[in-house]
Design a protein around this ligand. Sequence first.
Ligand SMILES: Nc1ncnc2c1ncn2[C@@H]1O[C@H](COP(=O)(O)OP(=O)(O)O)[C@@H](O)[C@H]1O
Ligand SMILES: [Mg+2]
Length: 367
Amino acid sequence: MQKRRIGILTYRNGKRFGEPLFFRHLLAEGEKLGATVFLFSPKDVFESKRQIRGFVPGPDKSWKSKMFDWPDIVIDRYRYYPKPQHQAYLAFRKRPLFTYANSRFSSKWNVHQVLNQQSSMQPWLPETFAYDKDVLSNMLQKYPLIYVKPAQGTAGRSILRIKQTSSGYDLLGRGLHLNKVSHKINTRTELHRYVKEWVKTQRMGEEIFLVQQGLQLDLISGRTVDTRILIQKTEWGEWDVTGLGMRIGGVKSSTSNLHGGGLAKDAQKLLAERFGEPKATKILHNCYALAHQTAEAVESNYGRMIELGLDVGIDVSGRPYLIEINPKPGRDIFRKLKRKKVYQKAVIRPIQYALYLLKEQQITPPR
Ligand SMILES: Nc1ncnc2c1ncn2[C@@H]1O[C@H](COP(=O)(O)OP(=O)(O)O)[C@@H](O)[C@H]1O
Ligand SMILES: [Mg+2]
């Protein structure tokens, strides 16, 4: 049988790619499974010739390009970059050029509104609204801790935590370049002014900002701790949790993202230390339920997916909440945890699933 061709859609700057190491591993695993796998970006598509300029690993850390026939299936790994290219990608992605293994996703705000309609999801979701002054006032009445963050954010940028204290408000945040921000404010009026200014200066274009119930995530004193769960489709097309790990934010950090200096830790161990074995097992069980319910809910609303990286906050009482769904997740956490087998599985599964789709569902490329 002819080799299957799998294209990986991504952003590139010359011969530089966003996730070079992961892509090298992904392409190598694809070859081992007998498929032809290559990277390409929207500008590499030659529609009339039905050919693609694809990129594969060259010597050392280089990439070499060559022409490929039309892919049988495409995995979309194009990530959000707040740049004009992103608009071009969006227009490109809307055209039915390929069979995509994974569907497009939406902003945090859209996702929240959609999932909040489903009774299975409601218990997992922190209360969230689109920012305006009244919303902020109401949330301040209700919660001692509040997060203000962009609906299209990534890597922990532009996130502001507001903590109410006896003398006013402690603000702790991350700017556009992940720079730490910390500030004390005395009055409500000043706070409104500060948040208004925050939203204005951190905003990309017309981006919506969210006001969210703040979760008490200091499972380790003074740190923001949360859990990253990777749930993926298997080679038989079923959802399975590949692995999970905890991320510990730095001192005086409102976020735990690894990009912002967060540390990776074994989840079972950390939870057992904090809550004791029996409760830790129960919490993990809930996390798995959350992951499966989220995957089902996302697919039923947005279409077929390959994998999701879930940011889950387990608060100090042991209750898990869904903070964010990443449809194009990294898997670095497993390398950082030295879980080599889990990392390998996390890399191979998207290829296995794409091959499963081609085999089981007799997908043929659009002509
Ligand atoms: N409502 C919240 N309560 C507590 N911590 C939060 C909340 N929202 C975000 N965080 C912290 O900030 C991090 C980044 O937030 P997230 O919504 O995942 O944005 P990003 O897309 O930038 O990763 C989370 O992983 C968590 O550590
Ligand atoms: Mg996140």
